[in-house]
Design a protein. Structure first.
Ligand code: SF4
Ligand code: SF4
Length: 182
């Protein structure tokens, strides 16, 4: 009796041959994933996907908004700004790295790529396909980075290394040197 009920229940959740859509006369296209019994898994997969999307939105949209660099959201990461080359007076090669670092508040990446060396001249802006206000993004990220340094969020070795490599501009060098004790 129990088996019969189970079979009946399974049948309700399972499409048989005649329920499958016909693609050509006599030929059915089997849609296993749309069988009702498979949907529990599909639903959970959807939930996981939605969670992933929400987490990405959190990092890519909420963080830049909170950090005062909303324009960084619009960076395509196309790297067209690398064409700035020797027009950058302080020799920064990878402006897109700075934008992405600002977007996710990655201090290490920002410092390593010369973010604290930028003098906000604006030369790279004309190469940006999105015409993002790059000097403003970099300037805001510099302020946030120095604030994080004062709050001991950035490991000293990263800043000491930046000092050694000449990656800190005149505006911040005294503060950074004092923090690193050099
Ligand atoms: S704004 Fe900064 S990164 Fe851009 S060209 Fe000027 S110094 Fe270089
Ligand atoms: S050119 Fe503009 S949009 Fe493209 S990576 Fe550089 S900053 Fe981002």
């Amino acid at each position: 009796m129990g088996d019969e009920v189970k079979q009946e229940r399974d049948k309700l959740h399972q499409r048989d041959d005649l329920d499958q859509p016909i693609v050509l006369p006599g030929i059915h296209r089997y849609q296993f994933i749309s069988n009702i019994k498979d949907r529990a898994l599909t639903k959970n997969l959807n939930r996981v996907a939605m969670l992933g999307i929400a987490a990405t939105l959190g990092v890519d949209i909420v963080k830049p908004l909170a950090n005062g660099v909303p324009q960084a959201i619009y960076c395509y990461e196309c790297r067209a700004c690398y064409a700035t080359q020797d027009k950058c007076p302080v020799g920064i090669s990878f402006q897109a790295e700075l934008v992405v670092a600002a977007r996710v508040a990655d201090y290490d990446r920002f410092i390593r790529n010369g973010g604290l060396k930028c003098i906000r001249c604006g030369n790279c802006q004309s190469f940006c396909v999105q015409n993002l206000d790059l000097p403003k993004i970099f300037g805001t990220m510099q302020i946030i980075t120095i604030k994080a340094m004062k709050e001991d969020i950035i490991p000293k070795r990263i800043l000491t290394d930046a000092l050694k490599k000449g990656l800190v501009n005149r505006q911040y060098i005294d503060e950074v040197a004092e923090y690193c004790g050099v």
